[in-house]
Design a protein around this ligand. Structure first.
Ligand SMILES: Cc1cc2nc3c(=O)[nH]c(=O)nc-3n(C[C@H](O)[C@H](O)[C@H](O)COP(=O)(O)OP(=O)(O)OC[C@H]3O[C@@H](n4cnc5c(N)ncnc54)[C@H](O)[C@@H]3O)c2cc1C
Length: 297
């Protein structure tokens, strides 16, 4: 949104509070410090007001109020921006975090999520139906900021970025109007929303394409780290783990598998560690499967 002058304490915030269905939290109010906090604890900004919006009408009221009174607006989804862009000194924060409803359409393979949803909210809705939209690695990152910035996660290599799977977005524009952006409606805005970050309006909901992920909707994921010095020491029969799939020419994955097998051999029966290693190994199988399927399709 357009930023002009930060922090007009003289703006008639009582009027805004009256217009909102959600709460307007101001300095001195109970919960102000909690409401201004974002994920990056190094960010310590003091907005003039934080609107915890409850619906699209609240968002429109905030945008109009900010424009009419020349305020800096900060829009917050999950609050994970490392730079703390979800909060502004002296400005008006539009906090979307209470808008968290989701609607899955299994037949259409789509999910519509409110802009305050976290990745965990979206996964919760879709995975139960054996589907997923590619998103990020942590459940509490906001869908909004992640999707608007692109969105990279476990399913990206198979299904693309989060932004690649965006089908439509409902947006409140700087003049207070409300539009739906898609390939066919406001296509320029739709293009900008898929990776351009914020600043093109306040998105109130996203509709994404979903993909069948099968296997009861379970994907096992996580990083695998091992000592490079161990590479090549052990020759193990890994046919149990579908050796045919692990062509050594596929480099990194083959070496990682090799490293895991080597580690398992060295722990001498530690069940816990073995379990963890096996979990990581299953993850590798899954990721490799996905990568090969994608390459072959
Ligand atoms: C711990 C952590 C893990 C991460 N993991 C991943 C990952 O796996 N994959 C990945 O791709 N990225 C990842 N990121 C980066 C993350 O995607 C970005 O920081 C993203 O901007 C966070 O979105 P948010 O909604 O949580 O953040 P916020 O701070 O709420 O918002 C970020 C930006 O988006 C704008 N914005 C938010 N909501 C809206 C809205 N409704 N309308 C318009 N603009 C809006 C904000 O104004 C701000 O500029 C991670 C970040 C952290 C801190």
């Amino acid at each position: 949104m357009t930023a002009t002058t930060a922090g007009l304490a003289s703006a008639p915030y009582d009027d805004l509070a009256t217009a909102l269905r959600g709460d307007l939290i101001r300095p001195g109010d109970t919960g102000y410090d909690q409401a201004r906090a974002v994920y990056n604890g190094m960010i310590d900004k003091y907005p003039a007001a934080i609107a915890q919006v409850r619906d699209v009408a609240d968002v429109i009221a905030c945008v109009n109020f900010g424009r009419e009174h020349g305020l800096d607006l900060a829009v917050r989804g999950g609050g994970h921006s490392a730079a703390g862009l979800g909060v502004a000194d002296g400005g008006l924060v539009i906090d979307m975090s209470l808008l968290r409803s989701t609607t899955v359409s299994p037949g259409d393979h789509t999910v519509r999520v409110d802009a305050g949803c976290t990745l965990g909210d979206m996964d919760h809705a879709t995975v139960a139906l054996g589907m997923a939209t590619p998103s990020g690695f942590l459940a509490n990152t906001g869908v909004a900021g992640l999707a608007l910035g692109g969105g990279v996660g476990y399913l990206t290599r198979r299904f693309g970025l989060t932004a690649d799977n965006l089908l439509a977005a409902d947006v409140v524009l700087a003049d207070g109007s409300f539009v739906t952006a898609s390939e066919t409606s406001h296509p320029d805005l739709f293009w900008a929303l898929r990776g351009g970050g914020g600043n093109f309006g306040v998105v109130t909901s996203f509709t994404f394409r979903t993909h069948d992920i099968g296997e009861n909707g379970i994907i096992i994921g996580g990083p695998v780290l091992y000592d490079l010095a161990d590479t090549g020491e052990t020759r193990h029969d890994i046919s149990l783990f579908r050796l045919d799939r692990f062509d050594p020419r596929r480099g990194v994955v083959a070496r990682m598998v090799h490293g895991i097998v080597h580690r398992v051999e060295r722990v001498d029966g530690s069940r816990l560690l073995f379990g963890l290693l096996l979990l990581h190994f299953l993850l590798l199988l899954k990721l490799l499967d996905l990568a090969l399927d994608r390459r072959d399709s």
